[in-house]
Write a protein that binds this ligand. Structure first.
Ligand code: SAH
Length: 303
């Protein structure tokens, strides 16, 4: 290898090292500032940090074309940088209310692709993907059905049933990544009340106001309609309390599947008013509307 080539490779390596260092510094600043600032101040800090992170990401994209020339060490740094960015965005989505999350992602849509790439690589390492379990359940439904996929990501469910005329699938996420997705905050969808047979939250109870997402599910579901939830096991503090909270909202638990190591699956039914009062009476757990008590954020470890 000639001298010029070696020098170029060294420069690339240094650049990646610097990017990784910067991203770690930004994260540290956010952690430090968020513990000392008020809500308004925090959102201002978030905005500035997002700008910086996106600028870093843009720089990185420009070097993507040269990826094939990266040495294994450079590729390792690049992977670390992507991982750090994914974890940062993930943390934002779990610690902001959904209105701020919507603004964050819509102001800087580049963040969404970084997030999804990281999310996919996490879920691929699991023995099974909950969205595939829901897809199999839906395949077994023979009658016409209207489904709302809340926090759908790339809308795998709608894509799977694209040619099935019996199934109408409304897919919602913070941003529309493809033609199947309607961009909206799932605390407030454009669907009419009592219009949907099944509502699905597959790993998407993310905002600190996720109780509002569940209330929205209750609004759009028909009476007797099903609410299907998949959530990461480690998020739960007390599963009975979670179930009791849903009871208080007017849902009855039909099935719970906690056989999987990574996630739990729930199926609830929307009750009519009379049924609802009886379920509440028989319930010993009180439930709570404090989201922080019910579900912890799912923060992924450095790998
Ligand atoms: N359900 C998909 C994606 C899960 S990732 C799957 O299992 O493959 C969680 C998704 O929820 C992300 O795409 C995130 O953008 C979305 N999400 C989180 N909060 C949201 C909100 N308030 N409104 C819309 N989508 C939201």
């Amino acid at each position: 290898m000639d001298k010029a080539k070696r020098l170029k490779m060294k420069l690339n390596k240094d650049k990646l090292k610097k990017q990784l260092q910067k991203s770690q510094e930004l994260k540290a600043t956010l952690q430090q500032k968020s513990s000392t600032s008020g809500k308004k101040e925090k959102s201002k800090i978030n905005k500035t940090l997002v700008k910086k992170i996106v600028a870093e990401e843009n720089k990185k994209t420009k070097t993507d074309a040269k990826d094939d020339k990266l040495t294994p060490l450079q590729q390792k740094f690049k992977k670390k940088l992507a991982g750090a960015q994914f974890r940062w965005i993930n943390e934002q989505l779990y610690t902001l209310d959904s209105k701020s999350a919507y603004k964050l992602i819509n102001d800087k849509p580049e963040l969404f692709s970084i997030y999804h790439e990281g999310f996919r690589s996490q879920v691929e390492s699991w023995p099974s993907n909950p969205v595939d379990i829901f897809i199999n359940q839906i395949k077994n439904i023979k009658e016409p059905v209207i489904i709302a996929d809340m926090g759908c990501g790339d809308a795998k469910i709608a894509q799977t049933f694209e040619n099935d005329k019996q199934k109408t699938i409304h897919s919602f996420d913070l941003i529309s990544e493809n033609k199947y997705v309607t961009a909206c905050d799932i605390s407030k969808t454009p669907l009419k009340k009592n219009s949907v047979d099944i509502v699905i939250f597959c790993l998407s109870l993310m905002g600190v106001n996720f109780i509002q997402f569940l209330k929205e599910a209750h609004r759009i579901l028909k009476q007797g309609g099903k609410l299907k939830i998949a959530e990461v096991v480690s998020r739960f503090t007390d599963m009975n309390e979670f179930i009791a909270t849903l009871n208080n909202m007017g849902f009855k638990l039909l099935k719970k599947n906690d056989k999987n190591k990574m996630f739990v699956l729930f199926e609830f039914k929307k009750l009519d008013k009379n049924e609802n009062n009886n379920t509440k009476k028989n319930n010993t757990n009180t439930g709570t509307n404090d989201e922080k008590v019910l579900l912890k954020p799912c923060l992924y470890k450095k790998r």
